[in-house]
Design a binder for this molecule. Structure first.
Ligand code: F6R
Length: 615
């Protein structure tokens, strides 16, 4: 969602802040701004604009002439994704306090801002924006008694809601103070400079050594020192995390879009995810970070899975794994629903929270609720050191590398493979025999090659995309393991191409959606060579009868479906439980090429953000 960056050091902060804001662009935003602190205690300088970073760069160029901008070695920047108030100049961050001495940038939502604003107005403060964030700047001014850290701490004590905040002041030209509750803040430790950001992708170009703040932490940073305390000013120590990917991993590497790059990275991402974790001899998976021995695993009698969006679809596949392999009764819920209801959880329930970013607010809330109820919590995250990864306490990382494209691709396939490994580890503490375990592990080891083979179908998929790119509606149908794949295919298409697309269990077609079938409504039928295929084939006939074009995703060499489709994408043969992986890769490529033909902004679809840190 919104992005934050702050810099203090010897260099010109403007360039570093702008480059950090570029790195954060992928999160989605509709305005941007910077605030700079002159060394000599003069007034803070704020430049902001609705629109893109390029517009901000133009405004900065106009605002400064000659060498003047070299004086700014400390500053903060922000990309805003509008929530309270339209994406206007006034609503863009950073926001200044009434006396102009404090500037803040804020991610998150302040729930009690109306009440705070009303009180501040009564005290003579005037507001220039419609945002919830502006109250923070005025509160800091109100609480300031010579100590910036203290003023920020006193301010956050008055706030309800979620925040990641960075604050600078003309009275402290060498200091940035940051605070966090519910919205991530990371600090990069370099020699003689400190970089603070809401996302490590803005830091990793400068340093791999990063500290993540916990909720309730207040950071005071200068160019050569970082100090973390609690709101009550008690020093706290936070571990340093070493980031194991670098800037090339988050650059496009010759691909037109991050999404395409990430689709192509799937063979490698899958290989990285399974590396060292498959124990072929023992017929199980070794996942040390789960911190559960076989006795512990054998005790779990119920699994709850909570996740959102694409991660939720991976979780649906996971439910089938836990039930099919381990016979553990498993529920999957959208994370928001999990927290809004009152889930039945006891100490032998394990909550599995799945989140690529590890920052999704609803999934995090589910983790906290499950902890509160005494459940064992496992996090499946991609972003190392993310909040869900840390708060879950135990879990499994995907090791898929950074996912920049808003539309999730490699995270899905990696999540599914990690869920399969976890399910096998559980299943081996129960009835699954070593022979059956070995077979599953053997199948899993073929995943990188399977992914490679699907990607090789890209030219065929591109041709199919050309044929259907003008469609206004799409259906995706499948049964069993293909049902979550149908939901995921439809989600991918709608979010990046803006074509209305719906995923259905194939059997549900007759219960309503069939009314919409017509010659201009393509149906993607997911029919790899698995037992449920026969029944879906009869649904394909129903589509044929209504002249709806059928695009089949089917196994290489399978002739059973001949005559039932208009176009076909072939995937390599694989075990039924792994079929969502090649099928979804084919769907990703179809969605990508359709969106590309339609000229859509694929990496940053309208209204979407990479990580949804608000409820
Ligand atoms: C879709 C997509 C979203 C995310 C969802 C959860 O392509 O990316 O649906 O899957 O917002 O995000 P994470 O996995 O970061 O919790």
């Amino acid at each position: 969602m919104c992005g934050i960056i702050g810099y203090t050091g010897a260099k010109n902060s403007i360039n570093i802040i702008l480059s950090g804001l570029h790195r954060l662009e992928y999160r989605g935003y509709d305005s941007a701004g910077i605030a700079l602190c002159p060394k000599n205690g003069e007034k803070l300088v704020v430049v902001k604009t609705p629109g893109k970073i390029i517009d901000l760069e133009n405004s900065i160029q106009k605002a400064f002439t000659g060498t003047e901008n070299r004086n700014y070695t400390l500053g903060i920047g922000h990309t805003r994704w509008a929530t309270h108030g339209a994406p206007t100049l006034a609503n863009a961050h950073p926001h200044l306090s009434r006396n102009g001495q404090f500037a803040i940038a804020h991610n998150g939502i302040i729930e009690n801002y109306e009440e705070l604003k009303a009180r501040l107005i009564k005290q003579g403060y005037s507001f220039v924006s419609e945002t919830d964030s502006e109250v923070i700047a005025h509160l800091i001014e109100e609480c300031y008694e010579g100590d910036l850290r203290g003023a920020v701490a006193a301010t956050v004590e008055k706030l309800d809601g979620a925040y990641g905040i960075v604050v600078i002041s003309s009275k402290h030209p060498d200091t940035i103070v940051a605070a966090r509750k519910g919205s991530p803040i990371a600090v990069g430790i370099c020699d003689g400079e400190t970089i603070i950001a809401s996302d490590v992708s803005a830091i990793v170009n400068y340093t791999k050594k990063v500290i993540f703040l916990n909720d309730g932490d207040i950071l005071t940073a200068t160019s050569d020192n970082v100090d973390i305390t609690s709101v009550k000013n008690i020093p706290v120590s936070r571990e340093m995390t070493h980031i194991d990917w670098d800037i090339h991993d988050i650059e496009k590497g010759g691909y037109e879009h991050f999404m395409l790059k990430e689709i192509h990275e799937q063979p490698l991402a899958l290989a990285n995810g399974i590396r060292g974790r498959l124990l072929e001899n023992e017929g199980t998976a070794k996942l040390n970070s789960m911190q559960m021995d076989p006795h512990h695993m054998a005790r779990i009698d119920r699994i709850e899975i909570a996740a959102c969006g694409t991660s939720y679809h991976a979780g649906m596949v996971g439910k089938y794994y836990f039930e099919d392999f381990a016979s553990i009764s498993t529920e999957i819920q959208q994370a928001a629903e999990f927290r809004d209801r009152n889930p039945i959880i006891h100490r032998d329930t394990c909550l599995i929270a799945i989140s690529q970013s590890g920052e999704t607010a609803d999934t995090l809330a589910a983790v906290r609720e499950a902890h509160q109820k005494g459940a064992i919590v496992l996090g499946i995250c991609n972003v190392v050191g993310s909040t869900i990864a840390r708060e879950s306490g135990r879990g499994v990382y995907l090791h898929a590398g950074p996912e920049i494209s808003v539309a999730s691709t490699k995270a899905f396939t990696s999540q599914v493979s990690v869920l399969a490994m976890i399910a096998i580890a559980f299943a081996r503490t129960r009835r699954l025999s070593i022979t059956a375990g070995r077979e599953v592990i053997h199948q899993l080891s073929k995943l990188p090659e399977i992914a490679e083979n699907v990607i090789a179908q890209e030219p065929v998929i591109k041709k199919i995309a050309e044929k259907y790119a003008e469609a206004r509606d799409f259906f995706y149908i499948g049964r069993g393991y293909m049902y979550p794949a149908a939901l995921e295919g439809a989600l991918k298409l709608k979010e990046i191409s803006y074509i209305h697309a719906e995923g259905y269990h194939a059997a549900e077609l007759k219960h309503g959606p069939i009314a919409l079938l017509a010659k201009n409504v393509p149906v993607v039928a997911l029919v790899p060579n698995v037992p449920a295929k026969i029944k879906t084939m009869s649904n394909m006939l129903e589509c044929n009868a209504r002249h709806a074009p059928v695009i089949a995703i089917a196994t290489e060499g399978d002739k059973d479906i001949n005559g039932l489709y208009d176009d076909v994408i072939r995937i390599p043969p694989c075990a039924e439980f792994l079929s969502p992986i090649p099928v979804v890769i084919a769907e990703q490529l179809l969605a990508y090429h359709i969106a590309r033909i339609r000229g859509c902004p694929i990496d940053q679809p309208r209204n979407l953000a990479k990580s949804v840190t608000v409820e």
